[in-house]
Design a protein around this ligand. Sequence first.
Ligand SMILES: Cc1ncc(COP(=O)(O)O)c(C=O)c1O
Length: 420
Amino acid sequence: MSKIVSEKMTPAILGGKPIRKKPFSVTWPVIGLEERRNLLKVFGSGKWWYGEKVAEFEKKYAAFQNAGYGVSCTNGTAALEIALLACGIGAGDEVIVPPYTFMATASAVLKVNAVPVFADIDLNTGNLDQKAAEKAITSKTRAIMPVHMAGLPVDMDAFKALARKHKLRLIEDACHSWGSQWKGKGTGAIGDCGVFSFQMSKNITAGEGGILLTDNEEIADAARSYTNCGRGKGKAWYEHYLLGSNLRMTELQSAILLGQLTRLKAQTLRRERNAAIITRGLKGIPGVALMQRDRRVTRRSYHMYMFRFVTEAWPGVSRETFLKALNAEGIPASAGYPIPLYMNPLFQRKGNGPRHCPLSCPYYGKTMDYTRVSCPNTEQVCREACWIRHSVLLNESGDMRDIVEAITKLWEQRESLRHV
Ligand SMILES: Cc1ncc(COP(=O)(O)O)c(C=O)c1O
């Protein structure tokens, strides 16, 4: 074998030539003239507080997701808490959540004095499994809160039917799914309501921010009140009807988000096209398991491109070695959530977690012991997931072929990776 051929085939981590020498050129956030113009306008107006721009953003974002109402707030975590409160979830109620997600999905439930009940995910999608969710239903269950993980919509037909059958609220944690559609309707208002995050890493961002979407006017009004100090719709300023808080979005955040929104559709479609190139390229490789997309998903946001490192197909090679080797080829990828949420010290009672309501509260009348929870699919995905972040998918199609080439190279040279 010539030296050049051998250098090309040798993994970069073992001294070979990397597939990519230059970084991906699109980095996050992408900003443009729209944000600058909007920001300067708001800045100069002297009205920085909960006004025109907030209302404009709420209306435009709700329309973008085909929802009737949008209520903005400070962040996705607050939006989850508001969604639960606005749906009437409270002390002693159980809410079914997946354990493969960001902490806020479960901590929001505790924050409203309700009890998160973890049900396992589907290995093929990374999403809450509806059969596992149904099994977790008890007489205390009041809501199901699936996450559209990485932007891939859960089976909303199945979850709606389940919620209807058991008279439960269905709240979508849509904090990864800006622009995703299920049968042509945007995620977020297919269930009773849904929430989005606009934190820095998200596909549309103002550094921080959140919104609740719904088609239900009562939920929208309650959410507005909870975010605005408990005020009543059309009521006097110093009258307070609900135990709300000040969780209002600012005009400055909305000015940025309105700019970001002008690009969101095109960026979503670009990520989708680029992800399809990666999917086509990786399809035949037994060492990687791709997430499966339901035909009823008519558009999907990619908060990340996620696949599983199939451990048994790479004898002697760990996921961590694979990721290091992929990084050495010039492809940024990471491992994602390291543990299921229930393994966090908060739930395992190893730290200074809550020893009060709701977990040992008379309203609950039961005891919840998270040390006994076991969700094998989630534990496997935590061990095997590989994430490529969304900004990478905004690059050129040729850049996607580099990703495919790098993973293919590592697969073909997997024997040599045993010596890393
Ligand atoms: C699935 C999910 N839910 C909720 C949140 C909370 O959003 P925020 O960071 O805006 O509070 C996040 C943020 O990472 C998330 O990924």
